[in-house]
Write a new protein. Structure first.
Length: 317
DNA sequence: CTCGATCCCTGGACGC
DNA sequence: TGCGTCCAGGGATCGA
């Protein structure tokens, strides 16, 4: 499933292969995962002027086909700042793509027949087609004006690759939710998903059910450091291909070979040989080592009925 | 604020 | 071989 490193991998591939291309026409099959399919006619005639990642989103920034000079293919796009996007009148419109669980976005020769689950195809000015394929349609596409994009991006979490120690600590230690839920929450950190949450918690030796506010400053900083190391390494290895992730060249990533926790239920921990366990935390499978990542003490189960024990704890207003 | 449940959707695993 | 059932999983949403 595409998380930050997988999306980054796809973005880099597309920057090499379709940046600067003009969209000539649009074909849409099933459209229930598209916010505003009727708007897609506006794609015709526009150039793909930039391709950026924002959390797990991909943004194809569009420019009037005749007007703006385009960054040459292969040039490295600058990191996207939320402020830049929020302000960004630089581009009048963008195509937002979220790959969901099983989405793929890749150029294809026009002669190659559509995959069974190809739902969108953009004909490019070099004869190829940029196709979106997604069996489960958990993905999302939207044609967004600058204003809509700014609205979309407002409230996004911190970039986990850029976030500093102070902000990371604040975002985690000010919350009473479990750390696993916080890592998965896109309004806390944008781009982290189940795999890299579990991998970073294993590396940091933190149990997924620990409460954010109960983490020490040191634990939070360790978690930030290993999360960044893992994400960066995974990007270098072009992501994890666990189910059917393929990059924009149709090639799988390699990072799944380096997983230490995710998907390893019953297999020995790489540190202590204790069998990895799987539990549901925050509604998601969570893999961890019960020895290296000690469980927190049982949370107070807030029960509703029961006895006279009134909380004489007054909230300051 | 935080949680769990539910829905979306299909392919793959599994049982018979 | 084929059919039925169960489940995963990002994210939105809703009620507790």
């Amino acid at each position: 499933m595409p998380e930050l490193p997988e999306v980054e991998t796809v973005v880099r591939g597309l920057q090499k292969s379709v940046l600067g291309r003009k969209i000539l026409s649009v074909w849409i099959g099933k459209s229930d995962f598209i916010d505003n399919p009727a708007e897609f006619t506006r794609l015709s005639g526009q150039k793909i002027a930039a391709i950026e990642r924002f959390g797990k989103f991909m943004l194809l920034r569009l420019a009037d086909g005749e007007a703006i000079a385009v960054a040459s293919a292969g040039s490295v796009a600058p990191a996207v700042e939320p402020a830049a996007i929020a302000n960004g009148e630089q581009y009048a419109a963008s195509l937002l793509v979220h790959l969901g669980m099983t989405g793929q976005l890749a150029p294809s020769a026009a002669e190659i027949p559509f995959d069974k689950h190809t739902h969108v195809s953009l004909t490019l000015d070099d004869g190829r087609e940029l196709r979106y394929t997604d069996p489960r349609r958990f993905g999302r596409m939207a044609y967004l004006t600058a204003e809509l994009l700014a609205r979309e991006v407002a409230g996004a979490g911190a970039d986990p690759l850029e976030v500093g120690a102070a902000e990371f600590g604040e975002r985690v230690r000010s919350r009473n939710a479990r750390i696993k839920a916080l890592l998965l929450d896109q309004t806390v950190f944008r781009g982290v998903g189940n795999i890299y949450a579990d991998e970073s918690l294993w590396r940091a030796k933190i149990h997924p059910a620990r409460v954010g506010s109960k983490l020490s400053v040191k634990e939070a900083e360790t978690l930030r450091r290993v999360l960044q190391e893992i994400l960066n390494r995974a990007i270098v290895m072009r992501g994890s291909s666990i189910s059917d992730f393929l990059d924009a060249n149709g090639e799988p990533g390699e990072y799944q070979r380096h997983h230490r926790a995710y998907g390893r239920e019953g297999k020995p921990c790489y540190r202590c040989r204790t069998p990895i366990r799987r539990v549901i935390v925050a509604g998601r499978s969570s893999y961890f080592c019960p020895k290296c990542q000690p469980a927190p003490r049982q949370r107070k189960s807030r029960r509703r009925k029961s006895n006279a024990k009134k909380p004489h704890r007054s909230r300051s207003v």
